[in-house]
Design a protein around this ligand. Structure first.
Ligand code: TNX
Length: 516
């Protein structure tokens, strides 16, 4: 059952033999196979002669660091199967073997499934974790049930050799417009990690509210996180440092890195309400809970602003183990252009001084200092800017394709439509390579799907906007271009519906798909 015997038949994942007409009762449910996984694996070879039945005495073989991921696999499969699934160190036939191999693939993994066992191998723990996400999809949706199900559990035979196309696959939550609780954020982390998304960007401050504890500036959260600071005065709240650290650790267990954002020099009204010295006239502006943008700006070049920004960057860097610190930089319409450039020239190196790679929205690409930053594009039209040409890495979040807060169509509840409406095919049908004029694939660090929360208050709202479009962006970030195929994607995505139902995830039942 080793793949090496089959490697000559290098077949990519696309053909499914399924036709999905847009009307009528739809095709039979897609049979689960190594070719039905979301996002599409780089290489998937089904072997219909083989299959691995999970039975009451199945064991998981793993030792050393691999045992941690093996434990996650056991934890995922125990409730629905009711099997003990012990993790044991010694190799044995008929087991699920999870092992680390000696290479340097950061996130790749390989899965070999036959009658005589399952072998999941990877060079690093992240790869093993992604292999577990794949394995979960090779069992029926009931595998996510919380209590034992009376049914057989069979993993279809075949081989997968998989690795991501891009290193950065992101999602974003906006805690500023409406606060999302740590429990809601954890639930979102669970969901995105099923699709091998590996970064969660948290937009932690904006005109309406400030959502992260900063010890040296207690009024930020006392005032900016108070009840009534959500859009239309709904909600409020903030993450304490403990909340944040707990979230970072929870995400890390799922191989998700938190990217914190404090948006500057615009989008700062909440900070100025708490600390009026950040305005040029020293007068506190009124609190704002409307959804206008572009009216607030830090007063550039003052000691008060420099001290404030330094305090925030220092504390945020200290509580963030991940490599990135996002400083916003978008829509600073009330900052004079020269001030904007001077501010970014000062701020981006400051972030680096505190040990983090600066990350910012595309507007920062106007300043030479952005050459050492990650530049996040929300508008892909026009010239990407001089610093990108000179070496910056880019993350692509084109608003008309990846902004999950855009409505699906003008009738779907919730969401905005300033960048248009985005149905599932529009979220899927683009290529991160070549999207930005003159920016080659090797400059693209990855893709991210932001979810702004002007119109969203609770987890049900978040899930409805994110699913089923998030997997489209996840697949663009993970899967090789050769697997890109709308018919294949829509069949696999439609077959995922029962899994969300099983998990009580509220999703939009797009008419473009057959929800089998
Ligand atoms: C644009 S484009 C924003 C946010 C809004 C969002 C709403 C960009 C970086 N910023 O301030 O919340 O649109 O869709």
């Amino acid at each position: 059952m080793r793949l090496t015997r089959l490697a000559v038949a290098a077949v990519l994942t696309v053909p499914l033999g399924v036709t999905t007409a847009s009307a009528g009762p739809g095709p039979d449910p897609l049979p689960i196979s190594v070719t039905t996984v979301l996002p599409a694996p780089a290489l998937a070879l089904p072997d219909p002669r083989e299959a691995f039945p999970l039975v009451p005495d199945t064991v998981i073989v793993a030792s050393g660091p691999a045992a941690t991921v093996a434990g996650q696999l056991a934890t995922a499969f125990r409730p629905a199967t009711g099997f003990a699934l012990p993790v044991v160190p010694d190799a044995q036939p008929g087991a699920i073997t999870v092992r680390l191999t000696g290479g340097d693939s950061a996130e790749g993994y390989r899965l070999d499934i036959g009658d005589d066992g399952v072998e999941l191998s990877a060079d690093r723990a992240a790869g093993l974790f992604y292999g577990v996400q794949t394995l979960r999809q090779l069992l029926p949706p009931e595998i996510d049930a919380a209590t034992p199900q009376d049914r057989d559990w069979v993993i279809p035979g075949g081989h997968i050799v998989d690795a991501p196309r891009f290193a950065y696959r992101g999602a974003m939550l906006d805690l500023a417009r409406h606060f999302h609780t740590p429990d809601e954020i954890r639930r979102y982390i669970d969901q995105i990690s099923h699709f091998k998304v590996n970064h969660l960007h948290l937009h932690l401050a904006d005109d309406q509210g400030w959502r992260i504890q900063i010890d040296s500036r207690p009024r930020l959260t006392a005032v900016g996180g108070a009840p009534g600071t959500g859009v239309r005065g709904i909600g409020g709240g903030y993450l304490t440092k403990d909340d944040y650290r707990t979230l970072v650790a929870y995400a890390a267990d799922r191989h998700v890195t938190i990217v914190p954002e404090i948006d500057m020099p615009g989008h700062v009204n909440a900070a100025q309400v708490a600390y009026p010295e950040l305005t040029c006239d020293g007068v506190a502006p009124r609190p704002r809970t409307d959804i206008r943008v572009g009216y607030s700006s830090l007063c550039i070049g003052t000691d008060a602003t420099r001290r404030f920004v330094t305090d925030v960057v220092r504390e945020l860097a200290a509580m963030t183990p991940g490599p990135y610190l996002h400083i916003g930089g978008d829509e600073a319409h009330s900052t004079a252009h020269a001030d904007y450039l001077a501010f970014e020239e000062w701020l981006l190196p400051l972030v680096a001084e505190y040990g983090k790679i600066p990350f910012g929205w595309q507007e920062i690409a106007q300043t030479p200092a952005a050459r050492d930053a990650v530049v996040q594009y929300w508008n892909h039209e026009g010239d990407p800017g001089p610093t990108v040409a000179s070496g910056a890495q880019v993350v692509l979040s084109p608003a008309d394709k990846t902004y999950l807060d855009m409505q699906y169509d003008l009738l779907t509840p919730g969401g905005l439509h300033w960048a248009g409406t985005i149905e599932v095919d529009e979220a899927y049908d683009w290529d991160p390579a070549g999207l930005l004029h003159g920016v080659p694939e090797d400059r693209v660090l990855g893709v991210e799907a932001p979810l702004w929360s002007e119109t969203l208050t609770d987890l049900a709202d978040i899930e409805f906007q994110a699913f089923p479009r998030l997997p489209a962006i996840a697949e663009l970030g993970w899967s090789p271009r050769a697997t890109h195929d709308w018919e294949s994607f829509r069949a696999r995505l439609g077959a995922y519906g029962p899994r969300w139902k099983q998990q009580n995830v509220r999703f939009y039942e797009s008419p473009q798909l057959h929800w089998s």
